[in-house]
Design a protein around this ligand. Structure first.
Ligand SMILES: Cc1cc2nc3c(=O)[nH]c(=O)nc-3n(C[C@H](O)[C@H](O)[C@H](O)COP(=O)(O)O)c2cc1C
Length: 189
């Protein structure tokens, strides 16, 4: 089997996003097994059903890239104890029209970081619920990362052994589940 196609979505449009840095470090943990595609969401217009007649090019690009992936990694900050609007907007675009909902059947891992004590826990719960409703198979377990300077080193790697080991297990679970599911799908075909 070739490398797993992993769509990575960062729930932040901030140029110096700590979640983007975390996402890059996470991809580094499984780089021998995945081909990662960081998918832009900051250029998507606000969802409006009036645009459904002729979807903007950025929206078509976004949904095609998600649809082409075997698995999904969403790394997001928490905004006011929920997911950021920019991420919810992207999810809404991908969910419509219902018969081409790109989230359905996708194995998805969710994590995120913020300087706060509970490291995006509440935002992730909302995201888990939304993706679950849309038919994604969200990887079990929880990965809430409280951001501290030095969490990620100058080479973009997770500096602490304990967080790195914990997140390695989480990423391995994503890869394992996605690989097993694509094998089952291939056998059934
Ligand atoms: C509108 C807004 C709401 C926020 N709400 C939360 C929150 O509920 N919990 C939290 O831990 N941090 C919150 N923060 C702080 C973010 O965690 C912090 O800005 C973080 O750097 C965002 O991640 P990013 O660098 O990947 O964009 C909020 C920030 C903004 C701009």
């Amino acid at each position: 089997m070739g490398k797993l196609k992993l769509a990575v979505i960062v729930g932040s449009n901030r140029s110096e996003s700590i979640n983007r840095k975390l996402a890059e470090a996470l991809v580094g943990l499984v780089e021998t097994q995945v081909e990662a595609n960081f998918i832009r969401i900051d250029d998507l217009p606000m969802y409006n059903p009036d645009l459904e007649g002729g979807r903007p090019a950025a929206v078509r690009r976004f949904t095609e890239e998600v649809a082409a992936a075997d698995a999904l990694l969403v790394v997001t900050p928490e905004h006011n104890r929920s997911l950021p609007a920019v991420l919810k907007n992207a999810i809404d675009w991908g969910s419509k029209p219902m018969e081409s909902n790109v989230w359905k059947g996708k194995v998805a891992a969710i994590t995120g970081t913020s300087p706060g004590a509970i490291g995006t826990a509440v935002g992730q719960q909302h995201l888990r619920q939304i993706l679950g409703i849309l038919g994604s198979l969200v990887v079990g377990g929880e990965a809430y990362i409280s951001f501290k300077p030095g969490l990620i080193d100058d080479q973009g790697r997770l500096a602490e052994d304990s967080s790195r080991a914990f997140l390695q297990t989480y990423m391995d679970r994503l890869v394992d589940l996605a690989a097993r599911l694509s094998q089952t799908t291939a056998e059934a075909a």
